[in-house]
Design a protein around this ligand. Sequence first.
Ligand SMILES: [Zn+2]
Ligand SMILES: [Zn+2]
Ligand SMILES: [Zn+2]
Length: 238
Amino acid sequence: MTSRGCIRGCARRGVHFATCPAYGADDPDGTCTGCAPVDARDGALVCHRCYGKLRRRLETAPEIAAHLRRLARTGGSAKRYDRESHGRMPRRMAPVDPDVLDALRDVLDTLNATATADATPDEVHEIALGAAGAVLADYDAIVNDAGAFATWWQVTMPTQLPDWPEFWTIARAFARWPLEDRSGWAALPCPGCDLRMLRRIPPARAGVPEWYVCSSCEWERNDTDDDGLWALVIADAA
Ligand SMILES: [Zn+2]
Ligand SMILES: [Zn+2]
Ligand SMILES: [Zn+2]
């Protein structure tokens, strides 16, 4: 077992160092919500939560790329157009939102992929799937390389880059044009905190794992992880 802390500085909620004013306090004043570090995952420099967050974003990147391509084809405003035309067929295509095209380009750039302007959503999905697959094949190396992890995190996870606000990170594209939320509550309580706060996130497609993410504590695993209690949770909740 490892006892190294997550290099992103994740702290355990409600768990404090002995030097922290909240340590041992029955009723902490709220100045510190937790300062003891979350352990890094075995074989990684980051905790389970950081490992899973980045990985899940990369796993669903092909879905957001195809979604953006679809929006670009329908003009990104199909609903509004239908309502305006009172159910009759619109006489001309609604204009394409340039943000959709910028976002698609940036998401594909992040994955080191390109698609021609006339690529269909399925073709974009296929291209992005290959590119994301190449990144995920290296994921064990990425989570062991502080610089590589920080770089991937930066272009994927923040909803805005302060130095490059117009850039569409993968998370920014998700936030602006959300995909359907397919997650649900798991049947068993969280192995980390024992609360019934465990979300089950089914795989975006065949070949990627199902994820279990606690909404209360930092516990997070997927169905290919094999440590501890998760196996029971996943087996019983499936
Ligand atoms: Zn503290
Ligand atoms: Zn972390
Ligand atoms: Zn929990």
